[in-house]
Write a protein that binds this ligand. Structure first.
Ligand SMILES: *[C@@H]1O[C@H](CO)[C@@H](O)[C@H](O)[C@H]1NC(C)=O
Ligand SMILES: *[C@@H]1O[C@H](CO)[C@@H](O)[C@H](O)[C@H]1NC(C)=O
Length: 201
């Protein structure tokens, strides 16, 4: 019994490796791509609410849409509130199962790299002294391209978001944003568009 369960677990892991659409995360062999943060960051302009336009599948956001990230001024840190809704389509009606929200904070470990943030939730400093939220490109008023990658021996798990100020509206330069990410070695085919319609306020 135990042996069969183990075989099934290994088979699912292998499937996830081969067919990444099966996987709940973007898993790649080798090193994290080098996606530096942009050279400057105007913190005040970056604050406020961002809507997820597209993201990589992320286990901690599985099934969530209407997802937003709200940043606020918290002295030398930035407060972070991430929200999202779990909804079900039932004969053309949307049923809200759950509204989620999580609070955290962001800091800038190295002031010479102001767009490379360390974001933590639940009072746990997950980033430590190393950044885990790279603002690769933002114009503050339309879009923000954010990348994160966790390195493990021999493989890595990647997270990426294209955030917009207007819910569900593609930035007019989306193709350039994606080709720039792609030039940095990121597989942009993993992006999924997030439903931002009929969201509970
Ligand atoms: C950014 O927003 C401004 C004002 O709404 C608009 O004129 C401009 O075309 C937008 N640019 C992009 C890249 O989306
Ligand atoms: C894309 O990358 C090029 C070359 O690095 C850069 O000049 C350009 O500003 C980037 N495009 C956008 C929309 O940020």
């Amino acid at each position: 019994m135990y042996l069969i369960e183990s075989i099934i677990v290994v088979a699912i892991a292998l499937l996830a490796l081969v067919d990444q659409s099966y996987s709940a995360v973007v898993f790649k062999l080798g090193q994290c791509p080098n996606v530096p943060g942009q050279a400057t960051l105007d913190k005040a302009q970056y604050l406020g609410t961002w809507y997820e336009y597209k993201r990589f599948p992320a286990i901690f956001e599985a099934g969530l849409d209407c997802t937003t990230a709200t940043y606020g001024d918290a002295g030398d840190k930035i407060s972070v509130t991430n929200s999202g809704t779990l909804r079900l389509n039932f004969f053309g009606r949307r049923i809200v199962l759950n509204e989620n929200s999580i609070d955290g904070f962001a800091s800038i470990p190295d002031p010479s790299k102001p767009a490379e943030l360390s974001v933590s939730f639940g009072g746990v400093d997950m980033g430590g002294n190393s950044p885990n939220y790279f603002i690769q490109d933002t114009d503050y008023i339309n879009y923000s391209v954010v990348f994160s990658c966790a390195q493990f021996p021999g493989f890595n798990i990647q997270f990426a978001w294209i955030l917009t100020r207007a819910p569900g509206v593609a930035p007019s330069n989306l193709a350039t944003l994606e080709s720039n990410l792609s030039a940095a070695g990121v597989d942009v085919s993993k992006f999924r568009i997030i439903d931002q319609t009929d969201c509970p306020v």
